[in-house]
Write a new protein. Sequence first.
Length: 148
Amino acid sequence: MMIGLNGVESAYKQDIQKSNLEKIKQQQIINQLKITEQKVKAHEMAHKIAGGDLTGPVQYKYTKGPDGKLYITGGEVPIRIKEGKTPEETIQIAQKIKKAALAPANPSPQDRAVAAKASILEMKARMELSKYQSDSSYEKGSFLNFYV
């Protein structure tokens, strides 16, 4: 069986088209990885900036692209949930935790869960503060006594 010049040309063109299509697909994957990397960095940086001293170091997860390079595709910033020495301090800490957890434009379910824990911490501290203020106002004699 003989393949004519036109048949060889046609097979060669098909190989080039397949090669070009594969390159385009790879470039699309790389572009998507780059976009994801930018989004993840911005997301984690928002946590870090808002959380300040309550946050730990940013930890990234990487994916190898078709070009062999590593791209950031996930990450996390640990946020310490802790109580303060006083109810007032605990309220401030809880508000800062909540702000850090919800700082990114699109908080994840995990971010929302951390914010919910911070809200509970704040609520407990406010209840403690309210109880303390009620007890101390009674002790200070701020109630009026009426004599008839």
